[in-house]
Design a protein around this ligand. Sequence first.
Ligand code: GLY
Length: 320
Amino acid sequence: MITKIMNSPVGQMISTWRMSEEGLRLGNQILQENDNLGEAIVRAVKCVEDDPAYVSVGYGGLPNREGQVELDAAYMDGDTLGTGAVISVKNLKNPIEAAYRLSKKNRSCILAGDGAMKYASYEGLAYQNMLTESSRKRYEEELKVSKQEEIRAYEGHDTVCVIGRSREGSMACGVSTSGLYMKEPGRVGDSPLIGSGFYADSEAGAAAATGMGEDIMKGCLSFSIVEKMRNGMNVQEACEKALREHWRRLERRGYPNNGMSVIAMDTQGNTGAATTLEEFPFVVAGENGCRLYVASMDQETGEHFLFVPDKEWIKNSKSD
Ligand code: GLY
């Protein structure tokens, strides 16, 4: 029995998937103690990047078709609109750290491949082989069976996205992913693309997306949510409306539902989330600690709702 919640949760941070729970707890601690938003978001994302158990982000991420882990990350400061991103980086321990530093620059702030790695080296950021033994084995098994057309979004988890708001009302957002498993080398998803995978504007709100990047970017989904909030729409309604409109747009062109989920926060710290999946877990943190929620879309009616998962749900859920 699922109990739907009627009011969107309020907090200072919100993040995608259960895998972000520990990171958000650490980030929220920083935010509560010293109100340092950048440090809080980077800490939260790093925690997921460093954990080899999560195969869609950072260390232990599943590789591309050539067996290499290619990572994308971005950071946007909602006060300055400063944005940094690294695209298709290999062997960089914490891509979010590079994206965060780049967000403070005005030029050459979105870097891909070798250029991004040169920047990371210049900044003295740590390198690491990001392919774990378990990801390598899974890749070798997959090579025996997979065809390019069969590539799908990860089931149950994907990009880690973290949105935060300081007590003074500054907003920011950080995202990190290894992208699609078995992707073509050099493939770029929504995550490092401003307006698609993330957007933050302290005057309007912030939003971020997770799911099939090629679908998300066709609707500049995160920007579209923030614009709805700028025009006065409630954060939960903005998430649901932007996602529904975009999904219908894709449907009319014959695209299947590959799974897209979004989180958002308005300038007051009210949070929202929506998904085209049956279940999309997300975490909200604030003065009273962290709490896991689930967004859901009824696959027949398209109705969206949020609920607080009980112990039974947590035990049985396969989703990260
Ligand atoms: N949403 C992550 C990607 O498509 O790469």
